[in-house]
Design a protein around this ligand. Sequence first.
Ligand code: BT5
Length: 326
Amino acid sequence: MMKLTFEEEILRDLKEQADFVSGQRLAETHGLSRTAVWKRINILKQHGYEIESLPRRGYRLKSVPDLLLPAEIRSGLNTKTFGCRIFHHQEIDSTNALAKQLAARGAAEGAIVVAEQQRGGVGRLRRSWSSPKGGIWASIILRPLMPPADVPKITLVASEAVARTIEGAIETPTLIKWPNDVMVSGKKVAGILTEIASGPDEVEFVVLGIGLNADFPVSVLPAAVRGGATTLREERGEPIERTQLFRQLLENLEQDYLRLSQGGGAALFDNWRARSSTLGHMVTVATLSGKFTGVAKDIDSHGALVIEIESGEAVTVAAGDVTHLR
Ligand code: BT5
């Protein structure tokens, strides 16, 4: 378990107690002055927690905001480094952009940027990613000890972890369209954008960006995107509690990332294959060097897609957009 900040500890105490908790008691428990407790309570209030205070009785938590606040995510989070620091923003251009800046300035592995909304969310090839309120828009800083050529494996493994988490939450089969589109009922519910900073032989850092359409109706997405997209709320027909989902996501992601780092890639790739909606199908893949049509046969050890084209020849594509033909 991660070390909690004083605010997080005070919050935990308030949550455990339906009634008022005295400032004196909070001060004694945490070795703080009563003024220091009061300051922390004010910080919590600024974050949107509704806390009642009464002279002589102390403090009582009235409500917790429906936000992906660090204190909410970190309480009960069972990870080693994922979430060691969480930078939360109400609104941001792109969590990946900020995470890259933080990583370049030395932020530790496992530090996360998360936002309630993005103004300029990005997808692959600089496409735009719609990021309204109610989603989970997050970027995790990684410092993997692997050659740059192996980084695509992280994306692949992460897409399986995202899909598994979603399937657990909504109890609906969740598949992956190569390389990393997470799909429910044939529609995209989550996407992943991995960005890398590296020298020729080693990785400086990786930013793993995850966009998950969680708790909003599809109708808030732009018309051009709506047809091919879905959200967890839409699929389940009721609101989705994001904090618990995000914690589960971080736990699953970290577990697989550590397994991959320790040489467990083969088994993780098998999990990906089992969830793939692409393998075995006739597909067209649009790549920067042209289009290929054929049967998607497998992924290679780097996660590239192997297609058998009409001539019977096998073509391997490292990146591209897949259309399923049948
Ligand atoms: C992706 O790109 O799927 C990667 C998306 C990664 C977004 C996360 S959010 C946190 C982090 N910060 C960022 O700025 N980005 C990452 P790609 O495969 O290129 O898919 C992009 C295409 O998906 C767009 O061209 C649209 O057609 C469609 N799209 C856009 N927004 C969508 C949404 N919310 N849900 C489903 N599809 C969407």
